[in-house]
Write a protein that binds this ligand. Structure first.
Ligand code: HEC
Length: 200
């Protein structure tokens, strides 16, 4: 009798455990989905803002003017989107081969970018985004940015030496690392940092 009840209590305990583990998993999946949704929206907002302005300047004023626009406004526009997103969300662009040193990744971000490059070099199709738990309150979202349009190469590809665009870029960014890319290369990432309060 005693044996049976011990066994029964073990079964009850075991099933309780697995239920808890399952509900924890559900919570985790919900959290991932929720954070991804918010960060997807934030990164789309940034890409749209930068893309729309870039297109306008390219079409109406030409290549060098568009580069001048990026030089003077890309970071300001990013900060503006960052402000609009509120204090629990931060957004920025990073690259291992950055043009503007302000977009240099931090140590942990550098490791993620290096991993992404490694995966890409091994012919792994990169995920649309990934999440990194920073600590109990903060999650970082990374969206890989690919050189996905020919137009990117006008300023990030092989720049003809002494062309107007080459002169402008090399003068504005004497330490530029963001040239000689090819179509399909991993250019960097958008990073969205999300504080936990959001997903409560
Ligand atoms: C007209 C020139 C031009 C074109 C076209 C262009 N870029 Fe850039 N890009 C720049 C300049 C200039 C900067 C530096 C901006 C700054 O100083 O904040 C930059 C910065 C970036 C950055 C931030 C990281 C860094 O290196 O500082 C990323 C990411 C980026 N470009 C990706 C792209 C992609 C992807 C495309 C194509 C969709 C593209 N760019 C097209 C000129 C251009």
């Amino acid at each position: 009798m005693k044996h049976i009840s011990l066994l029964a209590s073990k079964i009850i305990l075991l099933s309780l455990f697995s239920t808890l583990a399952f509900s924890d998993q559900v919570t985790e999946i919900t959290k991932v989905a929720e954070i991804t949704k918010v960060a997807d929206k934030a990164s789309a907002q940034l890409l749209k803002t930068l893309g729309k302005n870039m297109k306008f300047h390219l079409k109406n004023e030409g290549l060098v003017a568009a580069a001048k626009f990026c030089n003077s406004q890309a970071y300001n526009l990013t900060s503006k989107v960052d402000e609009q997103l509120g204090k629990n969300i931060e957004i920025k662009r990073i690259s291992l081969r950055y043009r503007n040193p302000i977009n240099q990744p931090s140590k942990d971000e550098k490791e993620i970018l290096e991993s992404l490059h490694k995966l890409k070099n091994n012919n792994v199709t990169l995920p649309k985004s990934l999440l990194q738990n920073q600590n109990s309150t903060t999650t970082k979202y990374y969206k890989p940015l690919i050189i996905n349009k020919k137009v990117c190469l006008k300023c990030h590809g092989v720049l003809k030496s002494s062309s107007k665009i080459s002169n402008f870029i090399n003068r504005s960014y004497p330490e530029d690392l963001a040239q000689n890319y090819k179509l399909g290369d991993l250019r960097g990432a958008i990073v969205v940092t999300i504080k936990k309060e959001l997903s409560k």
